[in-house]
Design a binder for this molecule. Sequence first.
Ligand SMILES: [Zn+2]
Length: 388
Amino acid sequence: MKLYNTKIKLFLFSIFISISSFVFSQNESESICATETSQQFLNHYNSIKKQVKSFEQEFIKMKSNKNYNTRKTLNFIPIKAHIVRTTNHNGGLSETSVIKAIENLNEIYADAFMKFYLFDEINYLDSDELSNFKKGNEQTLIGTNYVPNTINVYFIEAIENSFGESICGYVEEKNNIIIMKNSCAVNDSSLAHEMGHFFSLLHTHGPSNSRLTTELVDGSNCDTDGDGICDTPADPTLSNNTIDDSCNYSGNVKDSHGNFFKPDTRNIMSYSRKSCRNYFSEQQFSRIYGYYKTIEDSLKPDYHEIETENNDLISVKIYPNPVSNDKLFLKVSLENPSINYTITNFQGQTLSQGKTSNKEINVNNLSPGSYLLVLDNGTSSVVRKFIK
Ligand SMILES: [Zn+2]
């Protein structure tokens, strides 16, 4: 545990993203991200910049090699999902929506050689108070609901800032967690956006959500100002009011040299309309990858640390997940268990079946992907998800 604590501390120190109390939207559909990058984070980033940059070089090399082996270069990243429901166990994001949201993340992050997976079971928090979450109340939310060495994401029905305005999501610096409003978690860009913050990306309009960026339209200070990334144009901070239905920018703000901004309304890290945001630039991917590789040890949960609590199949854990060496192992407290297993895809199609008595399942016949494993011992059955 000592090593773990050290890792956690390092990890917590590794990200300092401050949350603005900036006033934003009037209605839910316009609720935006409340992450604002602090000077502490920028200082921290500068202290590890050299290492991040060397991983960025590795990334560029991998990208330029057309024959690279995607399987070998893929990095698996654990997400611990916490779903907040009412005290009466009602509401809450559905498990299907969480899985879909992660699949969407994976489509976007495949270009950074990253694949997210759901770590262990979904954790449910039943509380009326937490269902209408007030930013700043993170400690109550976390309580014991936090798994080290994973990305803890809390899915909540409604999130408000201190002015009572709706928030879509944010990365909370102190605990290094992501808080997501349910409707934003499934809009196909907001979770990817918060994940971008988690992996060090700034908004394309720069560290502040309230001051005009100092990045110049001509790109001459792109490396140091704005988001510090040069293939994203200077951005005067977008909003639904300055982006039309066809995702065109209609504002007329000028930079300090008198040049009109020509922002990218499609970038995921912008404040553009959520339906317009659909991509990261190559340098953003490179930064995400470089930062991830720099902190990757802090995202390696230990499956052996998961304790089983009773003798039921309900306590069965599977590991390693993602599978390595074509073998999946069951952690089960029964002596000599005889367990039937069925492996299906998410469409319910059976791909493999058998019986195991040595807590081991061979999955060499499966191609890379996500699967469901159904375990049954005659009296009870459980379903587990895994990635190969
Ligand atoms: Zn943001």
